[in-house]
Design a protein around this ligand. Structure first.
Ligand code: GLN
Length: 304
């Protein structure tokens, strides 16, 4: 497959969407990002790397970090995790409160904010040095020791994080949060603030694409079955109330973030990461979604 040529043609094609949508501005520090950037990178399980555009530029991974925190929580708790957070698609926006109230404080899945806040609580409680352990895990997955949190982004999100604070309060009310609300929120925002490039993320997601190679990074050991299940949750829950649309148009398990990144995997073939900050109404990258739709159309490869 001529992936490099395909990526070049995708880069040209998505230009027709340039300027549509806007970057997330409810996190003040993210409003400053130049919205007119676009990068894409494919990393095959054989080690071939193809990239185009701004694939080396670090960006705020935001909710893509929920895949990494889920991997650690699964390692720590095994199937007991599912007593605190579900694994069904929510059909609601990433920061919705309504379902959480109706379902008595048990979030639908680990990829909506409520679920990820519970996962952050578990990491805080069970890891010996949560902040260091989490970042070291990502550094090892991506092979890049320079990856770090952006504390300014985390702080700026906390300043305006009224909805996430409401979610944490509701979780606490329903006894599904053990830590102090402020501490858990701070850690959750820190996890979202990690900065990585398309190339870093593609390398990191290779571990999820290649589920037949033993997953063992910085003390996190997952079985092939656990890795496949993380992919299953990406497929059904990775795009909030647009998970069906992403399945329909793209046909790969993936996870988006409001920084404009999308990481996806074609199991046992490759990982692919695309980034462009302008988002649609549902909080997913407009050019990113289109680029991945074009990728699976042009290559005629998807999981279906
Ligand atoms: N930090 C963001 C939030 O909690 C993450 C949301 C996202 O990327 N969809 O609102």
């Amino acid at each position: 497959m001529k992936y490099q040529e395909i990526l070049e043609s995708i880069c040209r094609d998505v230009q027709s969407l340039a300027g549509l949508g806007k970057q997330a501005d409810y996190i003040p520090a993210l409003a400053k990002v130049n919205p007119d950037q676009f990068g894409i990178c494919i990393h095959s399980i054989h080690g071939d790397i193809y990239s185009e555009g701004d694939a080396d530029v670090p960006f705020s991974i935001q909710s893509i970090s929920k895949v990494f925190s889920l991997a650690i929580a699964l390692n720590l708790m095994g199937d007991d995790l599912w007593e605190r957070v579900g694994k069904e698609p929510s059909g609601t926006s990433f920061n919705s409160l309504i379902q959480l109230e109706a379902e008595h404080g048990k979030p639908r899945n680990p990829f909506i904010n409520a679920g990820a806040i519970v996962v952050a609580d578990i990491l805080l409680e069970k890891l010996p040095s949560p902040k260091e352990n989490f970042i070291e895990f990502i550094r090892e997955l991506s092979g890049n020791p320079h990856i770090d949190y952006n504390e300014e982004v985390a702080r700026s999100e906390r300043e305006k994080g009224y909805l996430n604070a409401a979610i944490a309060n509701l979780l606490k009310y329903h006894h599904n949060l053990n830590g102090e609300i402020e501490e858990v929120l701070h850690f959750y925002f820190l996890l979202c603030s990690v900065e990585m490039s398309c190339k870093d993320l593609a390398k990191a997601f290779l571990a999820f694409a290649d589920h037949k190679t033993h997953f063992s990074y910085h003390g996190v050991d997952l079985t092939s079955s656990q890795v496949k299940r993380i992919n299953a949750i990406m497929q059904t829950c990775g795009f909030y109330d647009e998970a069906g649309e992403f399945s329909f148009l793209v046909g790969l398990p993936g996870k988006s973030g409001v920084g404009g990144g999308i990481a996806a995997v074609y199991p046992m073939r490759y990982s692919v990461v695309v980034w462009s900050p302008r988002l649609n109404q549902k909080g997913n990258s407009i050019m990113g979604m289109k680029a991945l739709e074009l990728l699976t159309t042009k290559t005629r490869e998807s999981i279906f």
